[in-house]
Design a binder for this molecule. Structure first.
Ligand code: GDP
Length: 438
């Protein structure tokens, strides 16, 4: 889960607040002390932490909060709002050129993930029916050009290269010209990185900037490096003037410090987040969703987007109606599972559900897709009549089904019990049924 340590600590703090009917100023003070420690431990910049806690505290000891019926919830909402604000408020999109091509300079230190991210960004743009050109301007690192060419092949995007004997400034200029002539609407310039910030690197980047007048200068930083990433960003911004950052490796075991401080320290927004090594693992950075995920409120929006992209809407509605009216059968259950399977690993999905994000129990549940396959096998071994009305299955049929599906009687029984529980639960929700039933 994202920022696991921070997330767990904040949620524990709020769990205690939630339990209280009324809050005193001391309760808020105590909670803020814990929030402060949690943020510091997550490697958030200390100045950022100080300002953040002060803002939340001021709002939280306000009359409306302390005297409301759900003060705990109100405090959580304030923290959610302020975390969102801290990360930039709303999603920050790529600034487009008034006349194409939009020129984006990709900069960063070696190993941050700059070249990979350039490929990912091209991939993302292509999915939006854009037409990007990649420019290979890292002529120093052996194989950097080759790496970009391989990425270009993978995302089916043209790579502009002039080898490693031409100056990067000239390559960049020529790439933009080439893009204009051939109707590309974006140019992504992959620049050189160094192990450390040095004058030669900055000079070259400044020259490229002057030569191509980019619409965006995006700094790629490794979120795993915490405050180092923030320092690097500050430095790049002072010298070069970046327009935004891309945080990579947010899929790793990062504590959250970079993501939470970088916007505030540099004054430039995080535009994208790298969530893995694969080419499709780049996401637009949504501050509000990120905040909700940290607070375990679930990333419902991403969940819905995922569902919309992968699930047959009509079918889903039909199933929903059946669920509510109590006509839901094992057959529908199977159907439902097949739909869910299309959305990717169940574990990932469950994490996005409010309240489950960091649930300890969830971590032990370990629902793997193999298990789904077993349930599927069990249901497929039943006759249509049995799927409609599981009660007709006696012990010998259950045994037969277990054998037929390559599972055990216990597993068959467990599934039937779970299903019965679910039906019972659904029947206890008449209010909800009315709301959705129409
Ligand atoms: P560059 O030197 O900045 O161009 O770095 P590269 O693009 O070569 O990437 C360095 C390493 O980081 C590679 O092994 C990438 O696969 C890896 N990497 C890049 N972005 C991500 C990410 O978002 N998540 C993970 N897990 N690995 C990444």
């Amino acid at each position: 889960a994202i920022f696991e340590g921070l997330s767990t600590r904040l949620q524990e703090t709020f769990q205690r607040l939630r339990g209280k009917g009324k809050l005193t100023e001391d309760d808020v003070k105590e909670a803020m002390r814990e929030v402060r420690l949690a943020l510091l431990e997550a490697d958030v910049n200390f100045k950022v932490v100080k300002e953040f806690v002060e803002k939340v505290r001021e709002r939280a000891v306000g009359q409306e909060v302390l005297q409301s019926l759900t003060p705990g919830q109100q405090v959580i909402k304030i923290v959610n709002d302020e975390l969102t604000e801290l990360m930039g408020g709303t999603q920050s999109r790529i600034a487009l050129a008034s006349k194409p091509p939009t020129v984006i300079m990709m900069v960063g230190l070696q190993g941050a993930g700059k070249t990979t991210t350039t490929g990912k960004l091209a991939n993302l743009l292509k999915k939006q029916n854009r037409y990007p050109l990649l420019a290979a301007c890292d002529i120093y690192r052996p194989a950097a050009i080759k790496q970009l060419q391989v990425l270009g092949e993978q995302v089916k995007t043209q790579v502009f290269s002039m080898g490693d004997q031409v100056s990067p400034v000239d390559i960049a200029k020529n790439a933009v010209e080439h893009a204009k002539m051939h109707g590309f609407d974006y140019v992504l310039i992959d620049t050189a990185g160094r192990l450390h910030i040095d004058e030669a690197l900055m000079d070259e980047l400044k020259k490229i900037k002057e030569a191509v007048n980019p619409d965006e200068i995006l700094l790629v930083v490794d979120a795993m490096t915490g405050q180092d990433a923030v320092n690097v960003a500050e430095n790049f911004h002072q010298q070069l003037g970046i327009t935004g950052t891309i945080l990579t490796k947010l899929d790793g075991d990062t504590r959250g410090g970079a993501a939470l401080s970088i916007r505030s320290v540099t004054g430039t927004p995080v535009k994208f987040a790298g969530m893995g090594e694969k080419l499709d693992a780049l996401e637009p950075f949504h501050p509000d969703r990120m905040a909700s995920r940290i607070l375990g409120m679930g990333d419902v929006l991403s969940l819905i987007e995922k569902a919309q992209a992968n699930v047959d809407q009509e079918k889903a509605q039909e199933v929903g109606k059946k669920l509510m009216s109590g006509e839901f059968t094992l057959e529908d259950f199977l159907d439902q599972m097949q739909q869910i399977k299309k959305m990717g690993p169940l574990q990932d999905l469950l994490r996005m559900i409010p309240g489950l994000g960091n649930d300890k129990a969830l971590q032990n549940v370990n629902i793997d897709d193999k298990q789904i396959a077993r349930v599927e096998a069990i249901i497929c071994s039943m006759t249509p009549k049995e799927r409609q009305d599981p009660k007709v299955m006696n012990a010998s049929r259950r045994r037969r089904i277990a054998t037929g599906s390559g599972t055990s009687v216990q597993e068959v029984n467990r599934l039937l019990n779970q299903f019965a529980d679910m039906q019972k639960m659904m029947k206890q929700l008449p209010g909800l049924a009315k709301k959705m039933g129409k």
